[in-house]
Design a protein around this ligand. Structure first.
Ligand code: ADP
Length: 468
């Protein structure tokens, strides 16, 4: 990838190099043309000493020169200034031979403030000097005389070729350096991005890019890191759900194995033992019945839970006054609580609070939480059921002061098959699916459930339900 981008950049800059050379040559030609056009229009070129020359200098028409800001001087062979009109740059009336020679030499030099046109009248023996202040000067022209001396010609051509070669060399070096620098600023971040992407591809989901750039690469870095974060989360969730699935299958098979083994064992024993007494027979039948009930409960609850988890599952919601509904539902359990020797306190406000619920499923939630309190706690336990409004929703609390749940187990108590004491459950007949179903029902209603508990300090199940 590196070489491809680099050569692409080099090709682009070579193209730029050719274009800039063509542009430079065109600019040079345009300037030459402009210089030509300007020089044709300059007054100094329209009123030269040659064009104004007359044998009698007194009849020379100087008006156009002076009107255009110039001057005319006539100098005789004794270097005396015998006539002057307009501006005069010759400060003296009489010059020495050396001064006049200097004046002639300087008048030809470039960069002075005045431009001079000097012509010698050989018949009348005088110099005519026409002076104009220097206006715009663009000296862009080639002069080629075919009579040029070969030494001069070679030297000039050599210098020109050397300058052109040097120009091309400098431009080439700049092109290579510039293309290299630009490609580095692209290749380096790309390399880092490629490395991180390939680490991600190879399964390192912690892979991130750190470019510290504020350009488009910075944006790409942000998008890449967000994407990697998302993938990492997804993979974690997938792994977790895979582990949960495995654990669920293991728990199901384990929980079904015991009652089925017991049913099979007692049934086989009853069949083979011909001299079974009536008492033994009844006892075995009772065990078979209890274990088949246990297996049946487990299968039913599992079916219910997986039905709730399917995408087609929906609630049959109706709008009810939750206070009235709770009072009615709890009425069914009073007898059970009394029988179990429980002390209970029900705090439900005397007002109407409407929420939307699936009556059958909500009844299951209440039944499960009250039944658990009774099932896992002893006589004399206090059960408080409290309903109140909070933050635009309804809070329903089921709190007992019984044996509680160890903190470590409480963290996962809403997961299927999580139980405190498996032996204790065998006696009570619990499947370990009740709270998982409760949580599912509450969450499908758009609410939430949590538990506050400690060993020997009881359990407090807190349900938050949204109000209409
Ligand atoms: P189970 O069918 O075993 O009752 P649940 O999911 O309803 O399954 O409850 C999970 C476990 O949580 C129970 O086995 C029990 O150990 C514990 N538990 C639930 N409610 C209470 C409670 N009120 N007091 C003490 N332990 C409880």
């Amino acid at each position: 990838m590196k070489s491809k981008i680099e050569s692409r950049f080099l090709a682009n800059y070579v193209l730029m190099f050719i274009i800039s050379t063509i542009v430079a040559i065109s600019a040079f030609m345009l300037l030459s043309f402009a210089s030509d056009v300007i020089s044709k229009n300059l007054v100094k070129n329209n009123y030269t000493a040659e064009s104004l020359m007359q044998d009698d200098y007194k009849i020379i028409d100087t008006t156009q020169v002076t009107n255009n800001g110039g001057g005319v001087q006539v100098i005789d062979t004794n270097y005396e200034l015998i006539y002057t009109a307009g501006i005069n740059t010759i400060s003296k009336d009489k010059l020495t031979t050396a001064e006049f020679t200097n004046f002639l030499i300087e008048s030809k030099s470039i960069g002075i403030d005045y431009s001079y046109s000097i012509e010698f009248n050989s018949r009348e023996q005088f110099w005519l000097v026409v002076t104009f202040p220097t206006s715009i000067r663009i000296d862009m022209d080639f002069a080629y005389n075919k009579d040029i001396h070969s030494v001069d010609k070679h030297a000039t051509i050599g210098v020109i070729i050397a300058v052109i070669l040097f120009y091309f060399l400098l431009l080439s070096i700049c092109t290579v350096i510039y293309s290299k620098l630009t490609s580095i600023s692209i290749i380096n971040p790309l390399k880092k991005l490629c490395n991180s992407a390939s680490r991600l591809k190879d399964g390192d989901y912690t892979s991130r890019v750190d470019l510290n750039l504020k350009n488009e690469f910075g944006e790409l870095e942000y998008i890449f890191n967000e994407m990697a974060e998302q993938i990492q989360k997804e993979i974690y969730l997938r792994k977790q759900s895979e582990e949960n699935r495995k654990r669920l299958i293991l728990d199901i098979s384990h929980d079904l194995k015991n009652p089925i083994a017991s049913i099979m064992g007692y049934a086989e024993f009853s069949l083979n033992k011909l001299d079974l007494s009536k008492q033994e027979h009844d006892e075995f039948m009772k065990i078979i019945y209890e274990n088949s009930m246990r297996a049946n409960n487990l299968v039913n609850e599992l079916f219910e839970l997986s039905r709730m988890e399917s995408s087609e599952y929906s609630l049959n919601k109706t709008s009810v006054d939750i206070c009235e509904y709770m009072r009615g539902e709890l009425g069914f359990f009073i007898n059970n609580l009394d029988k179990a020797g429980f002390i209970y306190e029900i705090k439900i406000p005397e007002k109407e609070i409407f929420i939307e619920i699936d009556l059958k499923q909500m009844s299951r939630v209440i039944q499960n939480l009250v039944a658990n309190a009774v099932k896992y706690n002893t006589k004399g336990t206090l059960l408080i059921i409290h309903l109140f409004e909070q933050d635009g929703g309804v809070v329903i609390i089921f709190k007992d002061n019984g044996i509680g749940i160890p903190t470590e187990i409480a963290k996962n108590i809403f997961q299927p098959f999580v139980r405190v004491d498996i032996a204790r459950n065998s006696q009570t007949g619990g499947t370990g699916l009740g709270l998982a179903i409760v949580k599912k029902i509450i969450e499908t209603h758009g609410g939430s459930i949590c538990v506050k508990t400690e060993v020997n300090c009881g359990c407090e199940f807190i349900i938050n339900m949204p109000q209409i």
